[in-house]
Write a protein that binds this ligand. Sequence first.
Ligand code: PGA
Length: 225
Amino acid sequence: MLVAGNWKMFKGPAATAEFLDAFDPPAGVDVLLCPPSVSLAAAVGRGMPIYAQNVHWAAEGAFTGEVSPSMLLEVGVEGSIVGHSERRQYFGETDDSVRARCEGALEAGLGVIACVGETEAEREAGETESVLRRQVAAIPRHERLVLAYEPVWAIGTGKTATPELARQAHELIKELHDTRVLYGGSVKPENAAELLSQPAIDGALVGGASLVVESFAAICRAALT
Ligand code: PGA
């Protein structure tokens, strides 16, 4: 089981250090954290792998606002989320740029958590399967890459996919891409054990509930059962 905390645009370096002073991941579950870029250095070396939330494909260049794989490696970061739905929705991320970011990160030696998931409109239009097929097809196969299924309608909304809906999506994704698949979208201490007990769910990508030590620790413990 892998439980990854996606802090999004929360916690600068001071709040990051404070969280890590109080957080002790349980043994027996892989736990990693994805703080914002300015907090990565404060998080590295504190007992768990640290991933960025985004990474560029080039080693360097005129790409204002971006960070390269080698720069992440230099500060001790081990991997990155790629293609999170908030990047796709608000920052013009496409399947092509997701592929390029994954390839650049993997070539440099980073791990990748690549995100896929349908929007509410796509689900209602019966397009979930075709969207997932298209998004997964853009993602390279690699031993250092895991996928995260995050139905966009469940992210930050308090609406979690039922274990049954999540299972169906995970089974499809695993047919298309033989790797670990994390579930993300309103994972909380109350629903984590049931979601994580589904055979096709290999862990969780946790947003809001990863910001509080107690709730993130409870989700990590749920992954053990
Ligand atoms: P959430 O976010 O747990 O706050 O819904 C999940 C994510 O966006 O990775």
